[in-house]
Design a protein around this ligand. Structure first.
Ligand code: PAF
Length: 276
């Protein structure tokens, strides 16, 4: 496994692969790897001849009061996981390789990037779309894999890749869960033992909303019931529980189209998201 730190090094390696018609899959990460990330790597390996993982804690997607400084960082442990799971190249750039001095270009995905987490974390999706657009432009992958755990992020990246004609197939991989249903996330390690015990209720609750709506219950009533239940369990605040169109993330109206239930809620200092 090769580790590269500069855009030009990554581009040279990928150019060589493309010259012999190899397909390149990319898995962007911020490190702090868990089994969810490994499943993305495995999917990329099935879809492409070579896998590039990126390791970059992207400053532009963190708000001023968010956890950029305390975000878990352990490069040696992450590299060992990448190596053991068949990654060919890791791109782990310093910040000014992605954001050169004088940098002034942002990518904002209107509409789908403005609701839900776009409202509760202003600037988050602009940071994500900006960094992923740059990673795609540097690494020119044929496909890239993202977790459905970050469902809105996946839809924002799909829109961005399509709108900018980046020629990357954006693939979603199913959420990997702990045995009790909690969606795996790098931020789960912030949870105290007491919070960790409560955390699976988020998944249980949205599953129950999905089942009720599938059986004909009114979505708005189910959203309200879920918010009350989460609050009573100790989630505070509950940013949203929403039943929406799985593609547009608009409020759910058409029973013939695929539906997603998404939620975001806080346990102490930790914000959890999930969807089914
Ligand atoms: O999901 C993440 O880990 C990040 O948002 C991503 C896609 C790597 C962009 O920094």
């Amino acid at each position: 496994m090769k580790i590269v730190r500069t855009a030009s090094e990554l581009r040279s390696v990928v150019d060589l692969w493309h010259r012999v018609d190899m397909q390149v899959g990319m898995v962007p990460t911020m490190g702090a790897l868990h089994d969810g990330h490994l499943s993305l790597i495995h999917m990329a390996a099935l879809q492409a001849d070579r896998v590039v993982a990126t390791l970059f804690v992207n400053p532009t997607q963190f708000g001023p009061n968010e956890d950029f400084d305390r975000y878990p960082r352990d490069e040696d442990a992450d590299m060992a996981q990448f190596r053991a799971n068949g990654v060919d190249v890791v791109f782990a750039p310093p910040p000014d390789e992605i954001y050169p001095p004088g940098d002034a270009t942002l990518v904002h995905v209107q509409g789908i990037g403005d609701s839900l987490d776009g409202t509760h974390r202003p600037g988050f999706f602009t940071g994500v779309a900006t960094v992923v657009a740059r990673l795609f432009t540097i690494g020119r992958p044929d496909c890239a894999v993202f977790g459905e755990k970050d469902y809105q992020q996946l839809q924002v990246i799909r829109r961005m890749a399509q709108d900018l004609h980046l020629g990357v197939r954006v693939l979603g991989a199913p959420t990997i869960r702990e045995a009790d249903g909690l969606a795996m996330s790098s931020r789960n390690r912030y949870l105290s033992d007491a919070e960790r015990a409560i955390a699976p209720v988020l998944h249980e609750t949205i599953r129950s909303v999905a089942e009720e709506v599938a059986s004909g219950a009114e979505p708005g009533t189910q959203e309200m019931r879920a918010i009350e239940l989460l609050k009573a369990t100790g989630f505070d605040p509950v940013d949203y529980v929403t039943v929406c169109d799985a593609h547009t993330l608009d409020p759910y109206v058409d029973r013939d189209r695929p539906v997603r239930v998404l939620a975001a809620a806080w346990l102490g200092e930790t914000r959890l998201i999930d969807n089914v």
